[in-house]
Design a protein around this ligand. Structure first.
Ligand code: NAD
Ligand code: MG
Length: 389
């Protein structure tokens, strides 16, 4: 029996994780489920999975969650501290699928009891990668990537020596606007940015796919997770989204990871690691015509990529600033305060402003300084947003 906790259980990744767990209920003992405002779904899943604890991050949802579970012996709680507390309960496998930097502290709390942290929350790595990975080492915990590209790279590297890697190439579907004329992008609406041609994901990551901030985050994530320098990491457009990533080795060979665009491949791999178990995924059928196309990413269309390159070269707090400014800019776009292209302008302005402060270069990289910088970047980004809005 594997003891399992799902942070962000009501979201897209959380629900895909629950789908796999519900298929093998006897193999899993669910410790905690956490969510946000969708308490009806959280409560139903807590009942279905016989969870010990259900937590909403919103205090104003606490009463509703308590009422829905009053006839059960499932414990309920609310708020950020309660999420961290739930993540601290001993268990063997934790899915980190909260969206945004809010996932960092619960993820770190989960590492403190050892076991496996299945990491979908890429913001943790972009914001504070070295701290997260160092914490895992300290407690003997294992971090497994659950971003589809990073799971693919991880799988291509099984049994390989990282020193024989020449390049890591992650693929990008191109998001909602991959075929739009650049001139139209300034007028793109939230609804248009929220319709992804291939992947079915939460709203924030879907808009980040349209702007390529998602791919920018993933480039940084690749550098942090695999410890490869930025000049050895590429992202390419691959509209079919069947090759998730490729690893090129110094003998000239290349391993590509392929599969249907379904996040359950990465979640299932992390759930059963180090074994492979059968998964309910659509199979690629090579008896039918298949085309695989790849093309370079046009950085004029996607400034988020050049900004991510700057971040990778700067290191230090640059990732913290990139993520916090991006989250603030995304909030501004969703709220209708700025246009689609302004998101990259906000991130650029925030990075330029804060990186010019040389005192940051000498600051120790700790959770406190990370959160201070995150806070400062959100304030600077809000000002940049105001100046553009
Ligand atoms: P989502 O918006 O569908 O779900 C987010 C979950 O986090 C929900 O359960 C929500 O209630 C919870 N949440 C939101 N704000 C919170 C807060 N402040 N504190 C605690 N909980 C909070 O998001 P998603 O698409 O499932 O993505 C989750 C994470 O996985 C993100 O980091 C995303 O980048 C990453 N990811 C997602 C996909 C995908 O296919 N959806 C693919 C790769 C990586
Ligand atoms: Mg991805």
């Amino acid at each position: 029996m594997k003891r399992v906790t799902i942070l962000g259980a009501t979201g897209s990744i959380g629900q895909n994780t629950i789908d796999l767990i519900k298929r093998a209920p006897d193999d899993h003992d669910v410790v905690a489920l956490t969510g946000g405002r969708n308490v009806a779904l959280l409560a139903q899943d807590a009942i279905d999975l016989n969870a010990q604890i259900a937590v909403t991050c919103y205090d104003d949802c606490a009463g509703e969650l308590r009422d829905l579970l009053s006839h059960t012996d499932i414990e309920t709680a609310s708020g950020e501290a309660a999420i961290i507390e739930a993540a601290s309960h001993p268990c063997d496998w934790t899915m980190s699928a909260i969206v945004g930097a809010a996932g960092l502290k619960p993820g770190i709390a989960a590492l403190a009891h050892g076991g496996i942290l299945a990491l979908a929350n890429k913001e943790s790595l972009v914001t504070a990668g070295p701290i997260l990975l160092e914490t895992a080492k300290t407690y003997g915990a294992t971090v497994l990537p659950v971003d589809s590209e990073h799971s693919a790279v991880f799988q291509a590297l099984v049994g390989e020596d990282i020193n024989s890697v020449e390049r890591i190439i992650i693929t990008a579907s191109g998001g909602a606007f991959r075929d739009w004329p650049i001139a139209d992008l300034a007028k793109a609406t939230v609804a248009e940015a929220t319709s992804h041609p291939i992947w079915n994901m939460g709203q924030r990551i879907t808009i980040d796919s349209a702007s390529m901030f998602n791919k920018g985050m993933e480039l940084i994530e690749t550098k942090e997770f695999f410890g490869v320098s930025s000049s050895h990491i590429d992202a390419v457009l691959h509209p079919e989204s069947t090759v998730h990533a490729m690893v090129a080795f110094h003998d000239g060979c290349l391993m590509a990871h392929m599969g249907a665009p379904d996040m359950r491949h990465a979640i299932g791999y992390a759930l059963h690691w180090p074994k492979r178990e059968a998964l309910p995924l659509k199979r690629l059928d090579f008896t039918q015509d298949q085309s695989l196309t790849f093309r370079p990413i046009d950085v004029a269309r996607y400034p988020a990529i050049s900004l991510a390159r700057t971040v990778m070269e700067e290191g230090g707090f640059a990732g913290t600033i990139y993520n916090a400014a991006k989250e603030t800019a995304l909030d501004g776009f969703i709220a209708g305060k700025i246009g689609f292209l302004d998101m990259a302008r906000v991130v650029d302005m925030t990075l330029t402003k804060i990186l010019a402060d040389h005192s940051l270069q000498n600051a120790p990289f700790t959770l406190d300084t990370v959160f201070d910088t995150d806070h400062r970047a959100r304030i600077e980004a809000a000002q940049a947003l105001y100046s553009l809005g």
